[in-house]
Write a protein that binds this ligand. Structure first.
Ligand code: 5RP
Length: 245
């Protein structure tokens, strides 16, 4: 007799992102003012909110988008939109992240929307982060991937050099983000540039690093989101894990 082994299907990264996003949308209630995140994971959450509105399962939602791209998506789905001037306090925001550490600190902004994300998500009573398990890290900035910093275009090289020098001990290399197709500097929704910091070694205390970056004239904001997430939903091959602050 031949024994057959049933293979359990392996979920793609996109499927995991969608699972995390749908789980986060379970936190949404009618009447809420919502921060709408940016990126391929947040995309699924925004779509789901639009779907539930259309089905009449959610009502009176007001969305505050964290980028022009998300704004366009929300408009196409018929999600009513507002802004922080009108709604300075939000009930809930849902967004992805590039890295999440065990304290639920985040790196965000590899999609380039970190400033609006930080403004909107900093104004929320609850901030739910949605990631697939590949985003979980031991130390922020330790994955060898970019730590984005939004800077003004004026003398960008001067600011990039100062950022690199600030973290010389961590073997930092600062690179201006460029559009792959044109080679031109990547421009944020706020008409600023992004400098990506790459570290060879750990950067140490995140709050100290944050303060030092923000003290540099020319810097607008950085992609470390310290003590901001209230919940992180991680979708992995073994299921969903919900981590609360
Ligand atoms: C955009 C962001 C995104 O949330 C982050 O880059 C994660 O994106 P994705 O869900 O596509 O992996 O911070 O500025």
């Amino acid at each position: 007799m031949v024994a057959t082994i049933s293979e359990s299907p392996v979920l793609t990264q996109d499927e995991l992102k969608k699972i995390a996003a749908y789980k986060a949308v379970e936190y949404v209630e009618s009447g809420m003012v919502l921060g709408l995140g940016t990126g391929s994971t947040a995309y699924y959450a925004v779509n789901r909110i639009g779907e539930l509105l259309k089905q009449g399962k959610l009502n009176n939602i007001i969305g505050i988008p964290t980028s022009k791209k998300t704004e366009e998506q929300a408009i196409s789905l018929g999600i009513p939109l507002s802004d922080l001037d009108t709604h300075p306090v939000l009930d809930l925001a849902i967004d992805g992240a590039d890295e999440v550490d065990s304290y639920l600190n985040l790196v965000k902004g590899r999609g380039g929307s970190l400033l609006r994300e930080k403004m909107v998500e900093g104004a929320c009573r609850k901030f739910v982060v949605i990631v697939d398990e590949s985003k979980m890290v031991k130390t922020l900035g330790g994955s060898g991937l970019a730590m984005p910093v939004e800077i003004v275009p004026f003398c960008w090289n001067f600011t990039a050099t100062r950022l690199q020098n600030l973290f010389a001990e961590a073997g930092c290399v600062a690179k201006l983000r460029r559009v792959a197709e044109t080679g031109k500097p990547f421009m944020t929704d706020n008409a600023n540039y992004i400098v990506d910091l790459y570290f060879e070694r750990e950067i140490g205390d995140l709050k100290v690093a944050s303060d030092e970056i923000l003290r540099l004239a020319g810097v607008v904001e950085h992609g470390m989101f310290i003590d901001m997430a209230t919940t992180v939903i991680v979708a992995g091959e073994c299921g969903i894990t919900v981590k609360n602050k």
